[in-house]
Design a protein around this ligand. Structure first.
Ligand SMILES: Cc1cc2nc3c(=O)[nH]c(=O)nc-3n(C[C@H](O)[C@H](O)[C@H](O)COP(=O)(O)OP(=O)(O)OC[C@H]3O[C@@H](n4cnc5c(N)ncnc54)[C@H](O)[C@@H]3O)c2cc1C
Length: 387
């Protein structure tokens, strides 16, 4: 794995950063105030090939990988315009369909996900399962008369269901031999009868909303199933590793944005003889935040590299660590940025206080800090489980 970024990646970073700054934080804040998604930015990013950069060329994508897609999200975030649905639509759903979908599903979805004309949300979390996704109970049974699938269950905190054309739902089917339930993925179009959504009132300043979903005998055609009914967790993890890597990119971008604002402020703000940035009590924590973000990015690049090289197992460990490191770095960077601005850190005008809750998202979702520490304790260090 090259530790120094390639010229192509540097060029991608520069180009995406320019797009992000063209729209900027003011645009992003306006879309949130208007309670709508950042449609214009989404469309332009798609047109320039950034949203589908990881998708196969033969299906309208850029032929790159999660390495490139994570650069796009990080740079948009660093410019103050993080597109949360990138974590879901091209990264999870696009990857799963590209790797395991039928030719027909690939043709139907990949070019549209790449050119931004369609988006797909992703629903795994359930109210009674939470972090324990082995406990999900959304169940799919076949109608023997028609071959249709019938889905029943509940999901919670699913992002962007109102604007996505469909949601990739993680359900379970019964194993014919053992009777045990195994995870399966279904494409559920937004307006399918019985697929109900209720917006959750979140304390988050974001364009993408979260929803509770009720699947009440949702009838889907046989070809709504993505991939092999018997492949189980393998297919799921193909999507969850990119999700973790992309959440790391989201967090690093946000951390960089907050840090840049704080540095700019600390350079000018003078209440004694010199700018506050000359006091080490202000400068050192900002320097530490910068180091933590850089380190998290290195881990994210390792995870993306392993994933793109086809090492799903190695990528699993690295993606967890990258998500952990990035979330912690982001939370600390935002906290220090708010503190650096004193009272202004809490004003709407400077826009940093709203990042306090936004930064916490990366610590909780898609997998919490504690569940990553559990993973590393058990899988990497071989320590026994408490649960
Ligand atoms: C803004 C936002 C967007 C989201 N978007 C989506 C989405 O698009 N699709 C989707 O499917 N989900 C989404 N989620 C859900 C997210 O993935 C879950 O919130 C997350 O997995 C945690 O589950 P939970 O909220 O049920 O917490 P719980 O599982 O109830 O955990 C609560 C606390 O207990 C701790 N805990 C639980 N078990 C253990 C243990 N064994 N050891 C130690 N500590 C433990 C956790 O770390 C956490 O701190 C989103 C969440 C948020 C906040």
């Amino acid at each position: 794995m090259p530790v120094i970024e390639s010229e192509e990646h540097k060029a991608l970073r520069t180009a995406v950063s320019a797009l992000g700054h063209k729209y900027g934080r003011a645009y992003f804040t306006r879309t949130v105030e208007e309670d709508r998604p950042a449609t214009e930015l989404w469309a332009e990013a798609a047109k320039l090939g950034y949203l589908g950069v990881n998708l196969p060329e033969e299906h309208g994508g850029g032929g790159g990988g999660i390495s490139e897609l994570s650069i796009v999200l990080e740079e948009l975030g660093a410019a103050g315009c993080p597109l949360l649905l990138m974590v879901v639509s091209p990264a999870i759903c696009g990857t799963v369909i590209a790797r395991f979908g039928t030719e027909e599903q690939k043709r139907a979805w990949l070019p549209a996900l790449a050119d931004g004309t369609r988006t797909m949300a992703f629903g795994i979390t359930e109210p009674d399962a939470g972090s324990n996704s082995h406990r999900i109970t959304t169940t799919a049974r076949r109608d023997p008369a028609t071959g249709d699938w019938i889905l029943t269950g509940r999901k919670v905190f699913v992002s962007g269901v109102d604007i996505a054309d469909a949601t990739l739902i993680v359900g379970r089917t019964e194993d014919a031999r053992t009777g045990r339930l195994k995870p399966c993925l279904f494409i559920v179009p937004r307006d399918t009868p019985g697929f109900q959504r209720h917006r959750i009132d979140m304390e988050l300043n974001a364009a993408e909303k979260q929803f509770e979903l009720v699947l009440d005998d949702v009838r889907l055609p046989a070809d709504a199933l993505v991939g092999d009914e018997d492949a189980g967790l393998l297919q799921l993890f193909a999507g969850l590793n990119p999700e973790r890597i992309m959440t790391a990119a989201f967090a690093i971008g946000m951390g960089r944005f907050a840090l840049a604002r704080a540095v700019e402020y600390a350079r000018d703000r003078t209440v004694w003889k010199a700018p506050i940035g000359s006091h080490q009590a202000i400068a050192h924590p900002l320097a530490q935040a910068h180091i933590d973000l850089e380190l998290a990015r290195l881990m994210m690049q390792k995870a993306a590299h392993l994933y793109d090289a086809g090492d799903d197992i190695g990528a699993g460990e690295a993606a967890n660590m990258a998500k952990y490191a990035a979330a912690e770095a982001c939370v600390k960077a935002v906290d220090q940025a708010v503190h650096t601005l004193g009272g202004n850190g809490l004003t709407r005008e400077f826009g940093l206080a709203q990042l306090i809750t936004a930064a916490r998202v990366s610590r909780i979702a898609p997998v919490s800090r504690e569940m990553i520490l559990n993973y590393v304790s058990h899988q990497t260090l071989g320590l026994p489980k408490s649960y």
